[in-house]
Write a protein that binds this ligand. Structure first.
Ligand code: SAM
Length: 274
């Protein structure tokens, strides 16, 4: 294991409920639900421990034995979150006092005690501030700390968590799926997510690339389904996603996910051209 954490401190912006869409994704993931050891890492949790507390609260509703380990490369942020955790345990915070959360210093090498491996590692808004060329090695290094059926979820969202996207990476470090998750109420166009694509895709949203074609098609079907707005934005999104599927886009999941404003495709459908 590296003697100093791998990576570099970046801006610590975070916020209450910012990662709720991503929490929900992890709570539904087989890698978490079926894990022998449901240990989930919140890597680069930022200036406050709030996203780790929220993640643990949501995961413990699914599995009482779920545990969250917050890792930060910035030691001052570990101290802040550790002080917040004392408030949680003392019942002075709006989280269950018995929340199974801990914090430590760490980077992409994902240090875990006792040789444990993570069921899920989530790294939201961390690689955004790195170069695209750093992404494959960061994925590989983090994925090496996963359980064999584990999942790395790496992505980006806006400050208030209405627009988000992430990539599922398997334990070999290979990207598997791409998900867009949007708050549908008041949504003008799904392509707003272009500003919040994961680092591996954001520079490829240009004509000729697959991710660009996807966002163009999604906007077009969203516009076509405008008449359904009278039945609500959810119906409009369902219609748009169904149309994409009919056109041959290999949309994954079903209506129960699409209703949430989620659209998931195999990585191959959006991967940058070689
Ligand atoms: C923008 S904040 C994101 C906070 C939170 N994940 C969120 O989405 O709201 C990025 C955080 O990642 C941390 N960070 C950057 N590189 C890291 C690395 N290699 N390992 C651990 N933390 C890292 C930074 O110190 C910073 O606090």
């Amino acid at each position: 294991m590296a003697s100093s954490p791998l990576g570099r401190p970046t801006r610590g912006t975070t916020g209450t409920n910012r990662l709720r869409r991503n929490d929900r994704w992890i709570a539904s993931a087989a890698a978490f639900r079926r894990a022998a050891d449901p240990l989930v890492v919140d890597l680069g949790y930022g200036a406050s421990g709030v996203t780790a507390f929220e993640l643990a609260t949501r995961l413990q509703r699914v599995r009482a034995d779920a545990e969250v380990r917050g890792l930060e490369i910035d030691p001052a942020r570990v101290a802040t979150a550790t002080a917040q955790l004392a408030d949680v345990h003392a019942g002075r915070a709006p989280f269950p006092p018995d929340l199974r959360v801990s914090f430590a210093r760490g980077g992409f090498e994902v240090p875990l005690p006792d040789g444990r491996r993570a069921a899920v590692i989530r790294a939201m808004n961390v690689l955004r501030q790195y170069d695209e060329s750093d992404v494959p090695a960061a994925w590989q290094t983090m994925a090496a700390r996963l359980a064999p059926d584990g999942l790395l979820v790496e992505g980006t969202c806006d400050e208030i968590g209405r627009v988000s996207s992430w990539i599922d990476v398997d334990a070999s470090g290979a990207p598997q799926r791409f998900t867009v998750s949007l708050r549908l109420a008041d949504l003008e166009h799904p392509s707003i997510v272009a500003e919040r694509l994961p680092k591996a895709l954001i520079h490829h949203n240009v004509p000729g690339e697959r991710v660009h074609a996807l966002l163009v098609a999604l906007d077009r079907e969203w516009d076509r389904a405008a008449a359904l707005s009278t039945f609500g934005a959810t119906q409009r999104f369902l219609a748009a996603v169904s149309a994409l599927r009919e056109q041959g886009w290999p949309v994954l999941g079903g209506k129960s996910r699409w209703r949430l404003g989620e659209l998931t495709l195999p990585w191959a459908a959006v991967a940058p051209l070689p």
